[in-house]
Design a protein around this ligand. Structure first.
Ligand SMILES: [Zn+2]
Length: 233
Protein backbone atom coordinates (compact mmCIF):
# COMPACT_ATOMS: atom_id res chain seq x y z
CA UNK A 1 0.00 0.00 0.00
CA UNK A 2 2.76 2.42 1.03
CA UNK A 3 4.75 1.49 -2.07
CA UNK A 4 1.70 2.07 -4.29
CA UNK A 5 1.18 5.46 -2.64
CA UNK A 6 4.79 6.38 -3.29
CA UNK A 7 4.57 5.28 -6.90
CA UNK A 8 1.41 7.33 -7.43
CA UNK A 9 3.14 10.37 -5.94
CA UNK A 10 6.16 9.86 -8.14
CA UNK A 11 4.02 9.48 -11.26
CA UNK A 12 1.98 12.58 -10.38
CA UNK A 13 5.23 14.50 -9.92
CA UNK A 14 6.58 13.28 -13.25
CA UNK A 15 3.32 14.20 -14.99
CA UNK A 16 3.42 17.68 -13.45
CA UNK A 17 7.06 18.06 -14.48
CA UNK A 18 6.16 16.96 -18.04
CA UNK A 19 3.48 19.64 -18.14
CA UNK A 20 6.04 22.17 -16.93
CA UNK A 21 4.22 22.76 -13.65
CA UNK A 22 6.03 23.22 -10.39
CA UNK A 23 4.75 20.84 -7.70
CA UNK A 24 3.50 22.47 -4.48
CA UNK A 25 6.35 22.78 -1.96
CA UNK A 26 6.45 20.11 0.73
CA UNK A 27 7.09 20.81 4.40
CA UNK A 28 10.08 19.17 6.08
CA UNK A 29 10.71 19.36 9.81
CA UNK A 30 14.20 20.22 11.04
CA UNK A 31 14.56 19.49 14.74
CA UNK A 32 17.43 21.10 16.64
CA UNK A 33 17.95 18.75 19.59
CA UNK A 34 17.76 19.81 23.25
CA UNK A 35 17.39 23.53 24.15
CA UNK A 36 16.69 25.61 27.27
CA UNK A 37 17.51 23.73 30.49
CA UNK A 38 18.51 20.68 28.42
CA UNK A 39 21.97 21.55 27.10
CA UNK A 40 22.74 18.19 25.54
CA UNK A 41 26.41 17.26 25.35
CA UNK A 42 28.88 19.84 26.70
CA UNK A 43 32.62 19.36 26.17
CA UNK A 44 35.28 22.05 26.59
CA UNK A 45 32.80 24.88 26.31
CA UNK A 46 31.13 23.53 23.18
CA UNK A 47 27.41 23.11 23.84
CA UNK A 48 25.27 20.74 21.79
CA UNK A 49 22.03 22.75 22.00
CA UNK A 50 23.78 25.75 20.40
CA UNK A 51 25.75 23.85 17.73
CA UNK A 52 22.65 21.97 16.55
CA UNK A 53 20.53 25.15 16.41
CA UNK A 54 23.20 26.86 14.27
CA UNK A 55 23.25 23.87 11.93
CA UNK A 56 19.44 23.61 11.81
CA UNK A 57 19.11 27.29 10.90
CA UNK A 58 21.56 26.82 8.03
CA UNK A 59 19.63 23.79 6.78
CA UNK A 60 16.38 25.80 6.94
CA UNK A 61 17.97 28.70 5.04
CA UNK A 62 19.26 26.31 2.40
CA UNK A 63 15.85 24.64 2.00
CA UNK A 64 14.14 28.03 1.71
CA UNK A 65 16.34 28.87 -1.27
CA UNK A 66 15.03 25.86 -3.23
CA UNK A 67 11.50 25.78 -4.57
CA UNK A 68 10.47 22.25 -3.68
CA UNK A 69 10.70 22.12 0.12
CA UNK A 70 9.67 24.40 2.99
CA UNK A 71 11.40 24.08 6.38
CA UNK A 72 9.55 23.81 9.68
CA UNK A 73 11.88 24.32 12.65
CA UNK A 74 10.70 22.58 15.85
CA UNK A 75 12.48 25.32 17.83
CA UNK A 76 13.95 28.63 16.69
CA UNK A 77 15.39 29.80 19.98
CA UNK A 78 17.08 28.42 23.09
CA UNK A 79 13.96 26.78 24.56
CA UNK A 80 13.19 23.18 25.40
CA UNK A 81 10.28 21.70 23.48
CA UNK A 82 8.96 18.34 24.76
CA UNK A 83 10.05 15.55 22.43
CA UNK A 84 6.52 14.35 21.67
CA UNK A 85 5.50 17.95 20.87
CA UNK A 86 8.34 18.22 18.33
CA UNK A 87 6.88 15.24 16.47
CA UNK A 88 3.21 16.23 16.85
CA UNK A 89 3.82 19.90 15.93
CA UNK A 90 5.74 18.82 12.82
CA UNK A 91 2.91 16.46 11.85
CA UNK A 92 0.36 19.26 12.41
CA UNK A 93 2.45 21.53 10.15
CA UNK A 94 2.07 18.95 7.39
CA UNK A 95 5.62 17.63 7.63
CA UNK A 96 6.58 15.08 5.00
CA UNK A 97 9.88 14.17 6.66
CA UNK A 98 11.54 14.79 10.03
CA UNK A 99 15.28 15.27 10.52
CA UNK A 100 16.59 15.70 14.06
CA UNK A 101 20.07 17.21 14.43
CA UNK A 102 22.31 16.15 17.30
CA UNK A 103 25.99 15.79 18.18
CA UNK A 104 27.26 13.24 20.66
CA UNK A 105 30.11 12.73 23.12
CA UNK A 106 31.22 9.12 23.00
CA UNK A 107 34.56 7.69 24.13
CA UNK A 108 36.91 5.80 21.89
CA UNK A 109 35.29 6.43 18.52
CA UNK A 110 37.54 9.06 17.03
CA UNK A 111 37.23 9.94 13.36
CA UNK A 112 33.96 8.05 13.14
CA UNK A 113 32.08 10.73 11.22
CA UNK A 114 28.35 11.42 11.03
CA UNK A 115 25.86 8.71 11.90
CA UNK A 116 22.19 8.33 10.98
CA UNK A 117 19.54 6.64 13.12
CA UNK A 118 16.06 5.36 12.39
CA UNK A 119 13.63 3.94 14.93
CA UNK A 120 14.42 0.50 16.29
CA UNK A 121 15.42 -1.44 19.37
CA UNK A 122 19.07 -1.04 20.33
CA UNK A 123 20.36 -2.62 23.54
CA UNK A 124 23.65 -0.72 23.29
CA UNK A 125 21.81 2.55 23.76
CA UNK A 126 21.30 3.74 27.37
CA UNK A 127 17.87 5.02 28.38
CA UNK A 128 17.54 8.74 27.91
CA UNK A 129 17.02 11.19 30.78
CA UNK A 130 13.75 11.14 32.74
CA UNK A 131 11.04 12.98 30.82
CA UNK A 132 8.75 15.64 32.22
CA UNK A 133 5.00 15.18 32.68
CA UNK A 134 4.34 17.13 29.47
CA UNK A 135 5.78 14.26 27.41
CA UNK A 136 3.29 12.02 25.66
CA UNK A 137 4.31 8.45 24.94
CA UNK A 138 3.82 7.87 21.23
CA UNK A 139 3.33 4.33 19.88
CA UNK A 140 6.16 2.75 17.89
CA UNK A 141 5.94 3.56 14.17
CA UNK A 142 4.76 0.82 11.78
CA UNK A 143 7.38 -1.21 9.88
CA UNK A 144 6.41 0.44 6.58
CA UNK A 145 7.26 3.83 8.09
CA UNK A 146 10.60 2.59 9.43
CA UNK A 147 11.40 1.25 5.95
CA UNK A 148 10.75 4.72 4.45
CA UNK A 149 12.88 6.27 7.20
CA UNK A 150 15.74 3.99 6.13
CA UNK A 151 15.40 5.17 2.53
CA UNK A 152 15.53 8.78 3.75
CA UNK A 153 18.58 8.00 5.92
CA UNK A 154 20.38 6.42 2.95
CA UNK A 155 19.53 9.43 0.77
CA UNK A 156 21.03 11.75 3.39
CA UNK A 157 24.08 9.52 3.83
CA UNK A 158 24.74 9.53 0.09
CA UNK A 159 24.38 13.33 -0.06
CA UNK A 160 26.78 13.78 2.89
CA UNK A 161 29.32 11.51 1.22
CA UNK A 162 28.98 13.46 -2.03
CA UNK A 163 29.87 16.63 -0.07
CA UNK A 164 33.00 14.91 1.23
CA UNK A 165 31.58 14.55 4.75
CA UNK A 166 32.63 11.37 6.50
CA UNK A 167 29.76 9.09 7.54
CA UNK A 168 29.46 5.72 9.25
CA UNK A 169 28.82 3.03 6.63
CA UNK A 170 25.48 1.86 8.02
CA UNK A 171 22.23 3.36 9.31
CA UNK A 172 21.91 2.64 13.04
CA UNK A 173 18.82 1.94 15.15
CA UNK A 174 17.69 3.76 18.27
CA UNK A 175 14.52 3.89 20.36
CA UNK A 176 14.51 7.70 20.41
CA UNK A 177 11.21 9.49 21.06
CA UNK A 178 11.61 11.89 18.13
CA UNK A 179 11.78 8.96 15.69
CA UNK A 180 8.26 7.77 16.52
CA UNK A 181 6.08 9.58 13.98
CA UNK A 182 3.71 7.18 12.26
CA UNK A 183 3.22 9.49 9.26
CA UNK A 184 6.62 11.14 8.59
CA UNK A 185 9.80 9.23 7.74
CA UNK A 186 12.09 10.29 10.59
CA UNK A 187 15.83 10.21 11.15
CA UNK A 188 18.38 11.52 13.63
CA UNK A 189 21.61 12.88 12.20
CA UNK A 190 24.42 12.82 14.78
CA UNK A 191 26.80 15.23 13.08
CA UNK A 192 29.91 14.23 15.01
CA UNK A 193 31.54 13.49 18.32
CA UNK A 194 32.35 16.37 20.69
CA UNK A 195 35.02 14.23 22.41
CA UNK A 196 36.90 14.03 19.11
CA UNK A 197 38.70 17.39 19.02
CA UNK A 198 38.98 17.42 15.23
CA UNK A 199 35.30 16.70 14.72
CA UNK A 200 34.36 19.17 17.48
CA UNK A 201 36.31 22.00 15.85
CA UNK A 202 34.92 21.09 12.44
CA UNK A 203 31.25 20.95 13.47
CA UNK A 204 31.47 24.48 14.94
CA UNK A 205 32.93 26.03 11.77
CA UNK A 206 30.37 27.95 9.67
CA UNK A 207 31.89 26.66 6.38
CA UNK A 208 31.45 23.06 7.48
CA UNK A 209 27.93 23.76 8.71
CA UNK A 210 27.07 25.26 5.29
CA UNK A 211 28.41 22.18 3.55
CA UNK A 212 26.44 19.93 5.86
CA UNK A 213 23.30 22.02 5.30
CA UNK A 214 23.71 21.76 1.53
CA UNK A 215 24.04 17.99 1.81
CA UNK A 216 20.99 17.60 4.06
CA UNK A 217 18.89 19.80 1.76
CA UNK A 218 19.99 17.79 -1.27
CA UNK A 219 19.32 14.46 0.46
CA UNK A 220 15.83 15.62 1.39
CA UNK A 221 15.12 16.91 -2.12
CA UNK A 222 16.24 13.65 -3.70
CA UNK A 223 13.98 11.74 -1.32
CA UNK A 224 10.86 13.91 -1.56
CA UNK A 225 11.08 15.60 -4.96
CA UNK A 226 13.25 13.42 -7.18
CA UNK A 227 11.62 14.64 -10.41
CA UNK A 228 12.26 18.30 -9.63
CA UNK A 229 15.80 17.51 -8.51
CA UNK A 230 16.57 15.69 -11.76
CA UNK A 231 15.11 18.52 -13.82
CA UNK A 232 17.52 20.96 -12.16
CA UNK A 233 20.66 18.83 -12.41
ZN1 LIG B 1 21.64 15.15 21.53
Amino acid sequence: MARRGLLALLLAGLAAAARGEAAAPQVVAIDAGHGGVDQGAVIRGRVEKKVVLDISEKIAARLSRGKTLVPFLTRRTDVFVPLSDRVLNAEAAGGRAFVSIHVDKVYGRKGRGAILYVYGANRRMPDGPARGPEERILPSPPQSQIARSKVLAESLRAALKAEGIKTVRYVDLGGFAVLKSSVMPSVILEVGNLRDEREAVQMCRPEFQERLARAVARGLERFLAPAATRARE
